[in-house]
Design a protein around this ligand. Structure first.
Ligand SMILES: Cc1ncc(COP(=O)(O)O)c(C=O)c1O
Length: 399
């Protein structure tokens, strides 16, 4: 089986993936898989999703040639896939629309979600309001502090935001709580997972919903340049914007780089570089690379950006790393902040701090590429949500 047609029927990408969950969730996952298999080939579902993506979310998003950024990186011609221009400000809406439309077809009245940066929570709350579904979002208290604007947005949209106070009070604990809720509410509730993580069929289903990014980018680049790009670059938290961009190009001679959060640096314990420094293990129902100590205890992840602050990663990325099809690199908090400011000043675009990791990596790429190399970088979201965080850091830097 090649890497374009994975996962296999049991939900494995090579050794990775699967379904490691409590017995109580097995029927729900099987029901979801069956529904997804039915509706993903149903033309009326495809038309409904396409119309929502176009008329509600604002797709297709532009593929923007960034002239000043390219001039600052003389080897590169940089194109930005503008997921920040989607309704709600990030790629997360693509998946929220897909899953909530599916939940409605399955007769579910309530959706739950977990969120780190808040973008997935906002996207799910938005679509729940659109479709008249009840919505509760689990969010770590630390992330609620870092992303206060998004907490307010979810509440305005009618969702209940449930603070998670355990552990590091970030995304990992929010996922634990959402899974706990789902175990006792599977009859009327769909759990909208926000990235290509979790048990089968989530990594496949979320990838398929996010692949609209790469399908559009491929078509747009071919129309603009009459050839394929040299590189694709995207940030990797759980891995959904990256796999969404990469997947439609996997059969092409295009190089791909996923950029993880290097936090304070890979020689410290303060990072979220799961693929760079982790080992395979089980977290949140799937077998994949994860940050763990020598006894297999899951380690705490750190990133300046709440959306990359997760000790696990989607199983398809683990497979693509081992297959040497995609390279994974890490960028520190400091470099991501510098790239955030650089894009704002050069192009008048304020990127999400998550996306800024991918942008910072372009500096490294420019050092090794021949002149004229074309790159598509995924601008996964906009930076409004990060303004408080960035101004806090700027004060620290100035002080
Ligand atoms: C704007 C943005 N980019 C990237 C990410 C990382 O998630 P993923 O790796 O699933 O794309 C997030 C997660 O919240 C996000 O909000």
């Amino acid at each position: 089986m090649n890497n374009v047609t994975l996962p296999d029927a049991s939900g494995y990408f090579g050794a990775y993936g699967g379904r490691f969950v409590p017995e109580a969730l097995m029927p729900a996952l099987m029901e979801l898989e069956e529904a997804y298999n039915t509706y993903s080939i149903d033309p009326s579902f495809a038309l409904e999703l396409e119309a929502c993506l176009r008329d509600y979310a604002g797709r297709p998003t532009p593929l923007y040639f960034a002239p000043s950024l390219s001039e600052s990186l003389p080897a590169l011609q940089v194109y930005l896939k503008r997921e920040d221009l989607n309704h709600t400000g990030a790629h997360k809406i693509n998946n929220a629309l897909g899953q909530c439309l599916l939940a409605r077809r399955m007769g579910k009245k309530r959706v739950i979600a977990e969120t780190g940066a808040g973008q997935h929570g906002v996207a799910t709350s938005t679509v729940a309001a659109l479709l008249g579904l009840q919505c509760q979002v689990y969010m770590g208290e630390e992330d609620m502090r870092r992303q206060a604007v998004n907490v307010l947005r979810m509440r305005v949209l009618g969702a209940e935001v449930i603070p998670v106070k355990t552990g590091t009070k970030t995304l990992k604990e929010a996922v634990n709580e959402a899974i706990r809720d789902w175990v006792s509410s599977v009859n009327d509730t769909h759990y909208v997972i926000g990235s290509v993580v979790g048990p089968h069929p989530y990594p496949m289903m979320v990838r398929d919903f996010q692949s609209v990014i790469g399908r559009e980018a491929r078509e747009q680049f071919l129309a603009l340049r009459g050839c394929l790009p040299g590189y694709l670059v995207a940030s990797v938290g759980g891995g959904s914007n990256a796999i969404g961009l990469f997947h439609p190009f996997l059969g092409d001679p295009v190089k791909m780089v996923g950029v993880e959060a290097g936090g304070y640096g890979l020689t410290t314990s303060m990072h979220a570089a799961t693929l760079s420094l982790g080992r395979p293990g089980i977290l949140h129902g799937t077998f994949s690379y994860l940050l763990q100590d020598k006894d297999g205890q899951v380690l705490t992840a750190h990133s300046i950006s709440a959306g990359l602050d997760y000790p696990g990663v989607g199983p398809e990325h683990s497979y693509l790393k081992d297959a040497h099809r995609v390279e994974y690199r890490a960028i520190t908090d400091t470099r991501a902040l510098a790239a955030f400011h650089k894009l704002a000043r050069l192009e008048g675009i304020i990127p999400a701090l998550e996306s800024a990791h991918a942008l910072a990596f372009l500096e490294d790429l420019a050092l090794v590429c021949p002149p004229g190399t074309s790159v598509i970088a995924c601008l996964s979201g906009r930076g409004d949500k990060d303004m408080d965080l960035v101004s806090g850091h700027d004060q620290v830097l100035e002080g």
